[in-house]
Design a protein around this ligand. Structure first.
Ligand code: IPM
Ligand code: MN
Length: 353
């Protein structure tokens, strides 16, 4: 299988190296064969060449079996043009309509809420990934004057909403999860989010064993902090999913440990940590590689290598519980040393053959 690696900017470079290290360790144990190709798309590449993504770039990506990305963002590109083309462009052009972001607390010590254990914080957010306010519909006039106007439309199509809501329910059913919560803001945005209401009303009855609940997004934010144990699967739009998964990252120990999969089932999909490029941490060997390694686990899982995926997850959990990690989660190891520890744990957990 061929994997494209797009490390990107800042700490993205460091954490993807550790993710590849973990995949290599698992490949040894489970006799998997991967070829890696690194693509240079990044702020530096853009500043040097004027190119964010080459003209055939998205087609090139779609010819790989999967894409592993690092992070994008650089103070030298203040309008984030390359980040939009590389990250959002890939989501849109490859039609990766599912943004799956698991929220799983690995050690009670990492939860900012009091008296919460790993069994209380274990849910998955499905964020719609191709529509909403990210669709890029809008514009600005009279820029720089007192009459400046900015408009950005919230795009919600019946087809687009249907496929993500159905995906969330199907995931719940396939994983034996009994509760799906859909969050929108249909009280204040009855037109745009009326589509979500209709889809939810039509979809839920097709999954009779599953408790289907609706919350407005503000109420969901409250509930996630008050009692995260009431959630198994959450499905919401692009923007709300973006926001609520940062909250989710906090519940499980911070941005450094949060992982994501950008999926179009059956097609080339893309995997990336939830965190950004953290320029202030770049090159210092301090960034937490766990978000990237868990994203690699999601990739292995999507490629059908379930055991290898589980091996990565177990090794990461082990490292967290043993305190063998980076300073953001209370450890004293560097990025590379954390990656080494995790790769070692994968190798040592060699299954009896
Ligand atoms: C994320 C990020 C991106 C998003 C940014 C970098 C455009 O915050 O993946 O969550 O908003 O989707
Ligand atoms: Mn985000």
């Amino acid at each position: 299988m061929r994997i494209a690696i797009v490390p990107g900017d800042g700490v993205g470079v460091e954490v993807t190296a550790e993710a590849v290290k973990a995949i290599r360790a698992a490949s040894e144990v489970f006799s998997l064969r991967f070829e890696y190709e690194s693509l240079p798309w990044s702020a530096s590449h853009y500043l040097r060449t004027g190119v964010t993504v080459p003209p055939d770039g998205y087609v090139l990506l779609s010819e790989f079996d999967a894409v592993l990305m690092g992070a994008f963002g650089d103070p030298r590109v203040p309008d984030h043009r390359h980040a939009r083309d590389i990250l959002l462009g890939t989501r849109f052009e490859l039609d990766l309509f599912v943004n799956q972001r698991p929220v799983r607390l690995m050690d009670a010590r990492l939860c900012p809420l009091k008296d919460r254990s790993p069994s209380d914080v274990d849910f998955v957010v499905f964020r719609e990934n191709t529509e909403g306010v990210y669709a890029g519909i809008g514009g600005r006039v009279h820029v720089g004057t007192e009459w400046e106007v900015g408009v950005q439309e919230d795009l919600n199509t019946y087809a687009g909403v249907s496929r993500i809501v159905a995906h969330a329910f199907e995931y719940a059913r396939a994983h034996g999860l009994g509760r799906v919560c859909m969050a929108d803001k249909s009280n204040a945005m009855p037109e745009a989010h009326g589509v979500w209401q209709r889809v939810f009303r039509e979809t839920a009855p097709r999954f009779p064993g599953i408790d289907a609940r609706h919350l407005y997004i503000d109420a969901l934010a409250l509930a996630l902090v008050q009692d995260p144990s009431q959630f198994d699967v959450i499905v919401t739009n692009n923007l709300f999913g973006d926001i609520i998964t940062d909250l989710g990252a906090a519940l499980q120990g911070g941005l450094g440990v949060a992982a994501s999969a950008n999926l179009h089932p059956g097609r080339t999909s893309m995997f990336e940590p939830v965190h950004g490029s953290a320029p202030q941490l770049a090159g210092k060997n301090v960034a937490n590689p766990i978000g990237a390694i868990l994203s690699a686990a999601l990739m292995l899982d999507a490629l059908g290598h379930t055991k290898a995926a589980t091996a990565l997850e177990h090794a990461v959990s082990e490292s967290v519980r043993a305190g063998q990690g980076t300073p953001d989660i209370g450890g004293s190891l560097g990025t590379r040393e954390t990656g080494d520890w995790i790769a070692g744990a994968i190798t040592n957990a060699r299954p009896e053959i």
